[in-house]
Ligand binder design. Sequence first.
Ligand SMILES: [Fe+2]
Length: 159
Amino acid sequence: MKLNSIGLPVVESEMIVKDLNGLLSSYQVYYQNLRGIHWNIRGKRFFDLHVKFEELYNDAQLQVDLIAERVLTIGGNPLHTFEDYIKNNGISVGKNISNDEKAVHLVVESLAGLLKIERVILEKSAGINDEGTNAMMSDLIKSQEKTIWMMNAYLEKNL
Ligand SMILES: [Fe+2]
């Protein structure tokens, strides 16, 4: 089995790179979903939600950078064009959403989509002892599950 310079199997790492690029693409769509609702939100909860969505997109931007740099760390090239992001996106795109509940629902739906992709990467990275990618997925999953709980509490919905 051929290993790369950090001791991970080359072929399997290439497969993880492909999945990480799918996650990166979906994260960029999530980021734009958040910008859209930050800009378009209207109504009585404007001031709370406008700020909350900004907090979430700032965090999403940091995660995007970490995912892209993980791709490079394990020997791949991170996707960086809108064209590639649209092609490899795995989550719903929100457009012209101004209603508060619909906006929060879009966040929940987007995060649920990201979680699905991350759990696949979690399993594959565990299979080749790629602890760096695996730990990154664990952190993302833990924090997104918590955000979903908070968004559902806002919507007064059970899990
Ligand atoms: Fe703003």
